[in-house]
Design a protein around this ligand. Structure first.
Ligand code: GDP
Length: 361
């Protein structure tokens, strides 16, 4: 068994990839930290798996965190994979074949601050890439008179709030729903949404107290299971497809790639084709690396070598000749295909990315 097996309990369905977007300071990082932190404090071994550039939360942990909102028997998706680098700049460069790398997004909006320039930008990108999303109306704990209910589902917490606090929050939430409507999105409190393909669910949350986080996870799982199951059905054993998050110099390895694998499997020793600044790079995987759990920053061995990684997962690839590789570029395992064919695929994908980036500029 490899270290990554916990993220692919199902042999047929992969983990949906989740991205977090929103205006600066609206709480993207705090929200991710809270999800990671609460998962770990559930105390179970394997509660989460820290990948390169991503965090995998298996179904069992999601269900522990979400309580009655996620019953494991109702789901056959293996969990959720959160991309750790929040922000829409990374989001817009992170593509997979024909779309966004993320299957689903959380748009974080500070309830007090409402729509801001980067919220608008994020919405435009989500619209253009056709990425389903939910809105996390964050910082509900800052509502005047709020009575915090650590980690509780939002409706339970709302029962404990004064009339005044509730109506104050409602006011901000309706404002948000109005702003979404101005942008052409019909939305409502998530518990009133019947069809998430027609209406955006708004989930009131606090990244500080964890209120509403169970709901957020519940909605993400429900949406993925209901509307994305077909897209999650992949040939897990087939050749790996991924996207470069970052090109990084690592001591002892030279230039390495931090990659999110969204389809298939990659093995140590595989021949891969990677998008480069001048031309596609054809090279051989020397090592697949995952962060070593609880590694001390100063120790030399920050990574564990693994033999193979299955989608969806984050992984660091060490291989020769990666200096010219680019963030956002495709990575493909050649497998038993003709290498020239794969090079042409990578070239076509790169051309597509360049065109879209120019349109954005
Ligand atoms: P980012 O720029 O979107 O990643 O925002 P951060 O996660 O860095 O949060 C910006 C600031 O808002 C930090 O000082 C956080 O502690 C604070 N913050 C984030 N979420 C909440 C929340 O739910 N409640 C409160 N009271 N503060 C929050």
């Amino acid at each position: 068994m490899s270290d990554t097996d916990s993220t692919s309990q199902s042999d047929t369905l992969r983990t949906p990839i989740v991205a977090v977007l929103g205006h600066v300071d609206h709480g993207k990082t705090s929200l991710l930290d809270k999800i990671r932190g609460s998962a770990v404090s559930e105390g179970e071994a394997g509660a989460i798996t820290q990948h390169i550039g991503a965090t995998a939360v298996p179904l069992d942990t999601v269900s522990q965190m979400a309580g009655s909102l996620v019953k494991p028997e109702d789901f056959d998706l293996p969990g959720l994979l959160f991309i750790d680098t929040p922000g829409h700049h990374s989001f817009s460069t992170l593509r997979s074949r024909g779309g966004a790398l993320a299957d689903i997004a959380i748009l974080v909006v500070d309830v007090n601050d409402g729509f801001q320039p980067q919220t608008e930008e994020a919405i435009d990108i989500l619209k253009r890439t056709g990425t389903p999303f939910i809105v996390a109306a964050n910082k509900v704990d800052t509502t005047p008179g709020w009575n915090p209910q650590q980690g509780e589902p939002i409706q339970k917490s709302l029962e404990k709030q004064s009339k005044r606090a509730k109506s104050k929050l409602d006011e901000s939430l309706y404002q948000l729903i109005g702003e979404l409507s101005d942008k052409g999105f019909s939305s409502d409190f998530y518990w009133r949404v019947q069809n998430f393909q027609k209406n955006i669910g708004v989930v009131p949350v606090s990244a500080l107290t964890g209120e509403g986080i169970p709901d957020l996870l519940g909605v993400l799982m429900g949406l993925s299971q209901r509307y994305m199951k077909d897209e999650m059905a992949i040939d897990v054993a087939g050749p790996g497809y991924g996207t470069v998050l970052e090109v990084k110099e690592e001591r002892g390895f030279g230039a390495t790639l931090d990659v999110v694998l969204y389809d298939g499997t990659i093995h140590a020793g595989d021949t891969i084709v990677v998008g480069g600044a001048n031309e596609p790079i054809v090279t051989e995987v020397r090592a697949l690396l995952q962060p070593r759990p609880n590694a001390e920053i100063r120790t030399e061995k920050r990574f564990d070598k693994v033999d193979e990684v299955r989608a969806a997962a984050g992984v660091k690839i060490a291989a020769p000749d990666l200096e010219d590789a680019m963030a956002g570029a495709p990575v493909r395992v050649v497998g038993d295909r003709d290498v020239d064919e794969v090079i042409r695929e990578v070239e076509a994908e790169l051309a597509d990315i360049e065109v879209t980036t120019e349109e954005e500029g």
